[in-house]
Design a protein. Sequence first.
Length: 367
Amino acid sequence: MKIVTVVGARPQFIKAATLSRAIANHNSKSGSLSIEEKIIHTGQHYDPNMSDNFFEELDIPRPHFHLNIGSGSQGSQTGKMLEKIEEVLLQEQPDCLLVYGDTNSTLAGVLVAAKLHIPIAHVEAGLRSFNRKMPEEVNRVLCDHVSTWLFCPTQVSVKNLKDEGITYGVECVGDIMYDGMLYYQGKASSTILASLGIESQKYILATVHRAENTDDPDRLNAIVQALSNAADSVGTVVLALHPRTRKVLSQQGIKLSKSIKVIDPAPYLETIKLLQNAKAIMTDSGGMQKEAFFLQTPCLTLRDETEWVETIECGANKLVGADVKKTAQAFQQLESGDWEPDFSASPYGSGNTAEIIVDCLAKNLPC
């Protein structure tokens, strides 16, 4: 059985590596149907951290095909991917196309496979923010409606699909990011805190990259003010600054407080260490909301909605959007002890998601 996996950004590589290890383990078992995996990297996001060390340190298989698409408008980027992914799929003739999440790379792979009548496995199916202004939300919905296997991380995502009339091929398998965190957490021995001159529990880790925040001057200004206030409250904010956000800040002449320590986006193992030791995080990243939950770090989400409602329900995550007052109130509750997240809940599975997915695909039947 041959699987072609499409990825386009660093987080997807980390998820794909988790599944690739499960495939290798499956293939090592006597009598198992062997699975051959070929990986396509669209090059959707240029990431300077994806060096040779990235693949070696994280035990990640290198892509068999690199399409070098790069950035561009939604239509231009997706169109280029469609053409090049189709060439690979026609050449490889896989039994299944496997994709993760909600990127343009995911959408392009799914559209090509659907038109070529290749069965599609969508990992992280059923996620919904119910905000169709987000390109990611459009991608999620379209991908789910043409996928063959829909591997959902939670029961909430299963319900979302049922509400849209999708029940066939749906399976709640847990969150593959949890598998990955369990694997990589033990490897995260890093000197990043010492190199930045910060101490555990005495800083806030922050990231801002979503267009809804960076492309709206009012929201971006409010978020910068909230970061400054957080620094005044805790002492230091470590802002891992996305290149696009850095560019927008410069273009709009928005100045950051001196108490905000700006760094480039860190390699994954260093990011785990920063997340693990932060007093809290402020982010608009979906992935970091969950990573914070896995590492039992309180999270303030700089958005008005989230796909990961489970983190809200257990009190580990607060939606503060770009509201300075909401952010200040959340930090006040954190400092006073009134904010007590419940990290005992296990809504994302038991850490064996990749194994469940591989077993399902090996049977070549809808779950």
